[in-house]
Design a protein around this ligand. Structure first.
Ligand code: S3P
Length: 161
């Protein structure tokens, strides 16, 4: 069995859904950001501040290239699907689900998050523009698009399962 990747914008529910899906399907779960934080011994804002976003993007690609060959669920960071190599690796090694949420819901979830450097440095308007810019990449990365609006976590998990 292959990997299950969850892609989508920050705050689209990738981690929550990933954890619940892991219980449901009895498969190990990995949160890419957490794995990177463990590997680097630094928080995401620290990595951005010390080495810059470009460096962080390299670590994400290294992670995907080298991650163990096992059936599991991986929730990706919101920028992962923007890179063509990342998209290729994910589509080759697994099934990719795009969690498609609406911006207003997303914004409420992320607006006060100090652990997301991109949220910290952006206005609401900038985040909304980024959201629309990125959607096409999530769509092209995903084998399957999952509409999350008005659906409970349980419904989303069952749909993916
Ligand atoms: C990012 C999303 C974050 C994290 C980093 C950059 C992005 O992950 O990887 O802050 O560029 O959208 P989440 O999508 O889990 O918030």
């Amino acid at each position: 069995m292959r990997k299950i990747y969850l892609v989508g914008f920050m705050g689209s529910g990738k981690s929550v859904i990933g954890r619940r899906l892991s219980f449901f399907l009895k498969l190990p779960y990995y949160d890419m950001d957490r794995e990177i934080v463990k590997q680097q011994g630094m928080s995401i804002p620290e990595i951005f501040e010390k080495y810059g976003e470009e460096y962080f993007r390299k670590i994400e690609t290294d992670f995907l290239r080298n991650f163990r060959d096992e059936a599991c669920i991986i929730s990706t960071g919101g920028g992962v699907a923007l890179n063509e190599e990342n998209r290729k690796i994910m589509r080759k090694t697994g099934l990719v689900f795009f969690l498609d949420a609406i911006f207003d819901d997303i914004y409420l979830r992320i607006k006060n998050d100090k652990n997301r450097p991109i949220v910290q440095k952006s206005t609401k308007n900038e985040l909304e523009q980024l959201f629309f810019y990125r959607r096409k990449f999530y769509r092209s990365a995903g084998h399957i698009r999952v509409l999350t609006e008005n659906r409970s976590i349980r419904q989303i998990v069952e749909y993916i399962a």
